[in-house]
Design a protein around this ligand. Structure first.
Ligand SMILES: [Fe+2]
Ligand SMILES: [Fe+2]
Ligand SMILES: [Fe+2]
Length: 319
């Protein structure tokens, strides 16, 4: 079995575009939640291991959301109906190498503090899950605010008030206190812009070195994302899987090395990631596409490449 050298933080951060793109209008939700949560954890002086877990879990917190319809229910601040995306997400992670220990962060990321208290979980997990919950609600309020005022600074005081009002019930007092401290300066909010987030993540990613992982283990991680792609459109259920298997078989018939065949299989699983940037109404349009719709579809292979190109060890896969 061949081995890959990967930085798991880099892999998850890049591929999380797949999770973030399910609600096309809310690109980068997972990444913003990871930024907000990590800033709270840092301000609370959590140790590096705890911060690393928090960051990864926060990026992936909504990985159980498989379609745009569920995503739209999660954008109501007071909304209680969050479906089963927490259980689904926890279940997805629980089977994966390097990520299984994050299961409960995802399971309880919509559970109020008052309910978390009585659960048999470690303090780190309780606070981590609650921190992700708060960060998630901050981002939802920010997104809702952008609808009336395109400048995020226009809604920050209202967001801070709404979060404060939930202290002691939805969120632990310490988390709310620290959020109110760190969110006072404008820079906290302006750092939530897309260009800033990539820089924020890359400095964090560079703190970690690459680790060796077996192909089969890596594939289990990659499947989280290829399944999201395949769930996007009813026409393409299991399409990524099929392309991966056929590509591998062809590689084997051509007597390529085992490592090359492994790369072909992973590339097959990931080749349509960019399709998540194509709006549902174009992807599922029954009639002929207009020229401009066709251009949007046409760019999806470049968008797949764009998501994969920054992952060390995936250079061939990206190409
Ligand atoms: Fe969620
Ligand atoms: Fe979320
Ligand atoms: Fe395809």
């Amino acid at each position: 079995m061949s081995k890959f050298n990967i930085n798991i933080y880099e892999v998850i951060f890049s591929l999380s575009d797949a999770v973030d793109l399910v609600g096309v209008d809310q690109i980068y939700h997972g990444k913003r939640v990871a930024y907000i949560a990590a800033e709270c954890g840092k301000a609370l002086n959590w140790d590096d291991d705890r911060l690393d877990d928090l960051f990864l879990a926060a990026i992936l917190h909504d990985c159980g959301v498989s379609n745009t319809a569920i995503h739209s229910k999660l954008t109501n601040f007071e909304g209680k109906n969050v479906g089963n995306h927490c259980d689904k997400g926890a279940d997805l992670l629980q089977k994966r190498p390097m990520l299984a220990h994050l299961e409960n962060y995802v399971m309880y990321h919509h559970t109020p503090w008052t309910e978390l208290l009585g659960l048999d979980l470690s303090e780190a997990v309780k606070f981590g899950a609650n921190c992700i919950y708060m960060a998630d609600r901050v981002d939802i309020l920010a997104l809702n605010g952008l609808e009336s005022d395109p400048n995020i600074l226009g809604s920050r005081e209202q967001i801070r008030r709404k979060i404060k009002a939930k202290a002691g019930r939805w969120f632990h007092y310490d988390l709310v206190d620290i959020f109110l401290q760190i969110s006072a300066p404008e820079s906290f909010w302006l750092s939530m812009e897309q260009a800033q987030l990539s820089g924020y993540a890359s400095s964090l990613i560079q703190h970690h070195s690459t680790q060796e992982i077996d192909f089969q283990e890596l594939k289990k991680i990659i499947l989280i994302f290829s399944q999201i792609v395949d769930a996007k459109s009813t026409f393409t259920t299991q399409h990524s899987d099929g392309v991966a298997n056929l590509s591998r078989t062809l590689g084997e018939l051509f007597k390529l090395s085992e490592h090359q065949c492994d790369k072909l299989e992973l590339a097959g699983l990931l080749h349509d990631l960019g399709k998540l940037r194509v709006p549902d109404e174009i992807l599922d349009k029954p009639g002929k596409l207009t020229q401009s719709e066709y251009y949007i579809v046409q760019r999806h292979s470049f968008d797949s490449y764009d998501i994969l190109k920054n992952i060390t060890g995936f250079e061939d896969i990206a190409k």
